[in-house]
Design a protein around this ligand. Structure first.
Ligand SMILES: C[S@@+](CC[C@H](N)C(=O)[O-])C[C@H]1O[C@@H](n2cnc3c(N)ncnc32)[C@H](O)[C@@H]1O
Length: 175
């Protein structure tokens, strides 16, 4: 597949846009999370009380905080220092979340076979090597654990996607 953005560039962009991206977040996330993503994600989850949970690509941490409120011990990982700074600032001190800097493609600082559940909300579509990340999630999960993830619908633009113009079809929006 054609590579259009390196991990280093992607990290720079997340750092640069972290404030703006999360400006509209409430304690339940932004509007797409509140209306679409959260209901679906939570419908797939078992009770997380006293469970070990990994939030892979936690961003500003709203999901980690919800999970911690539900009684989970949460490990939250992101590769944007800026996102992690926002997450820590938005998290009360006695909350059961440990924030870590890390790339989901290689989380070898975390011991394997320890999580009851891993959640990754709108992250995997941006990875340079998503297969490595899937292998990591498999390594980190307990045998009976579950991995819940959401990704952008493939019809939307991702770093490796592009438009193919079909000259036979007339555009109805005048382009
Ligand atoms: C669209 S945001 C979603 C954040 C959070 N999951 C949420 O739903 O609010 C994507 C996040 O994933 C992080 N991210 C992307 N690729 C990553 C990777 N390979 N390892 C760790 N974090 C990653 C970005 O830094 C960013 O914070």
């Amino acid at each position: 597949m054609k590579k259009t953005m390196t991990t280093e560039e992607a990290i720079k962009r997340w750092d640069m846009h972290a404030e703006v991206f999360t400006a509209g977040y409430t304690e339940l996330g932004d509007i797409s999370r509140r209306t679409l993503l959260n209901p679906t994600i939570f419908s797939l989850m078992d009770d997380v009380n006293e469970k070990n949970v990994l939030d892979a690509g936690c961003g500003e941490g709203y999901l980690s905080r919800i999970l911690a409120q539900k009684g989970a011990s949460v490990t939250a990982v992101d590769y944007s220092e800026k996102m992690l700074e926002l997450a820590k600032n938005r998290t009360e001190e006695d909350t059961n979340i440990i924030y870590n800097y890390g790339n989901c493609e290689n989380l070898d600082f975390l011991a394997g076979n320890q999580y009851d559940m891993i959640v990754s909300n709108m992250v995997l579509q941006d990875l340079e090597d998503y297969q490595a990340a899937f292998q990591e999630m498999y390594r980190l999960l307990k045998p009976s654990g579950s991995f819940i993830f959401s990704i952008l619908h493939p019809c939307f633009i991702t770093p490796n996607s592009g438009w193919i113009r079909n000259n036979k079809v007339k555009s109805s929006i005048g382009r």
